[in-house]
Design a binder for this molecule. Structure first.
Ligand code: SF4
Length: 432
């Protein structure tokens, strides 16, 4: 159980997403990658690119089951797919926002321009010290800011494209989280979102307590790529613990919206903090729950979709947004007042920026898998919508695994069938 208590979910806005109506969908274009990141949940398989026909088919499956705003084009690294420009164009032509999730290694200026022409609306760059990245091995999170800046600059000079940075949080990198938030403040014109994904393994450290089954078959979770850490790592860092770290440096840091867990409703699986920030003067104020509600609801009212990535040109209108949103949201009101009452700062641009903390799968003591309720990162496997973070279980074992306490396994026995689990509808782990 998480010993950190702030924030209390009841003070936050529960993001309105569901399995059928969500902000994004997760398209895996390839399982090939040009890096081997420590925390990766997918096997790196050379030349495993999906054909354009397969990708078109997966988009059809998404469209049949789900309304969504953006498509996270992921992998592997999607930029190693030889037809990535066509894939981006295909997503854009169907009216969704293409977002490329990449380590950035293959992103040249020319590639950025081609993707922009094809309609890319965002990049989510995964950059952290667990990547064995050529030329950057041994660098810490602070030293990697130089690379983050280079990538953000490249995108900014290409066009009005959203930029997010992902960083996997290990015990050793947890102390750097406030530094990364501070770095994001200083680059608020080029960086719209910072994402911290807390490191997990398939068994989450419960290998001595639980046996794992798929249907009636006992399986060995050690076969999965994300059961093999390069080092001993803590597997229980929570989103609240990250908030506590950030608040040591920024005491007012205040999340406003969340997704709960499917089994532990008190767990904050996606935790969103939004604020108005000026590059020179830092954070003006943090948005409250009303602002998140307003942003999602107005967008849904206007477009029929829940909002995914917003363009930098919109988010840089921080002054107007805080003025209007301040009518409803006390946090935005404070931000506007702080800007207005300091005339010498009237000409400083004000941007909206967000920090998202993601706490992926937790294996509970009794073996239940606590997933993100209304998971945005749902992908397609054999024409079904499934959790992208657990694809390896489907590929290796033919279904999602479930743990059972070792001493009770004969009494209770596994209760899910392979078919049900593969459909993501196991009794114990409803999806979405
Ligand atoms: S449940 Fe969904 S959102 Fe949560 S970590 Fe897994 S894939 Fe990502």
């Amino acid at each position: 159980m998480d010993s950190y208590t702030y924030p209390d979910a009841r003070s936050l806005y529960r993001l309105p997403w569901s399995k059928a109506d969500n902000s994004i969908a997760w398209l895996e274009a390839t399982s090939s990658c040009n890096l081997y990141c420590e925390g990766c949940y997918r096997a790196n398989i050379k030349d495993s690119h999906k054909s354009l026909e397969e990708i078109a088919h997966e988009l059809d499956v998404f469209a049949k089951h789900r309304v969504f705003d953006g498509v996270s084009i992921a992998g592997g690294d999607p930029l190693v797919h030889p037809q990535i420009v066509d894939i981006v164009a295909m997503v854009a032509e169907r009216g969704w926002k293409p977002i490329v999730n990449t380590n950035g290694l293959a992103l040249s200026d020319e590639m950025a321009r081609e993707l922009h022409k094809a309609g890319v609306k965002g990049f989510t760059f995964h950059v952290d010290s667990g990547q064995r990245r050529p030329g950057w091995t041994g660098k810490n999170e602070l030293e990697l800011n130089e690379l983050r800046e280079e990538l953000a600059e490249r995108v900014a000079r290409t066009g009005d494209i959203s930029v997010a940075f992902n960083s996997t949080v290990y015990e050793r990198t947890l102390p750097y989280t406030p530094d990364l938030v501070e770095w994001a403040h200083r680059h608020a014109d080029k960086v719209q979102v910072m994402v911290f994904i807390l490191y997990r393994q398939a068994e989450c450290g419960r290998q001595d307590e639980l046996d794992y089954y798929v249907g009636g078959r006992k399986i060995d979770m050690n076969e999965l790529v994300y059961s093999r850490p390069a080092h001993d790592q803590r597997l229980d860092i929570s989103s609240r613990e990250v908030v506590a770290r950030i608040r040591e440096r920024f005491p007012d840091f205040a999340p406003s919206a969340y997704l709960n867990g499917t089994e532990d409703f008190d767990s904050l699986k996606w935790l969103l903090t939004t604020y108005a920030v000026s590059k020179k003067n830092g954070v003006l104020a943090y948005a409250g729950r009303k602002f998140s509600e307003l942003a999602q609801t107005l967008y849904h009212f206007r477009t029929g979709r829940w909002l995914a990535y917003e363009a930098p040109s919109t988010l840089k209108k921080g002054r107007s947004i805080t003025a209007v949103a301040g009518l409803f949201d006390p946090g935005m009101r404070r931000a506007f007042a702080r800007w207005f009452l300091r005339p010498w700062r009237w000409f400083d641009p004000v941007h909206l920026q967000s920090v998202m903390i993601i706490q992926p799968i937790d294996v509970l003591e009794d073996g239940r898998m606590n997933m993100c309720d209304s998971c945005p990162d749902i992908t397609v496997y054999e024409d079904e919508l499934v959790w992208s973070c657990r694809l390896e279980e489907l590929i290796h074992f033919g279904g999602f695994a479930r743990g059972f306490p070792k001493q009770q396994k004969d009494a209770t026995g596994p209760i899910i069938t392979v078919k049900k689990a593969a459909q993501g509808r196991a009794d114990s782990s409803p999806l979405g």
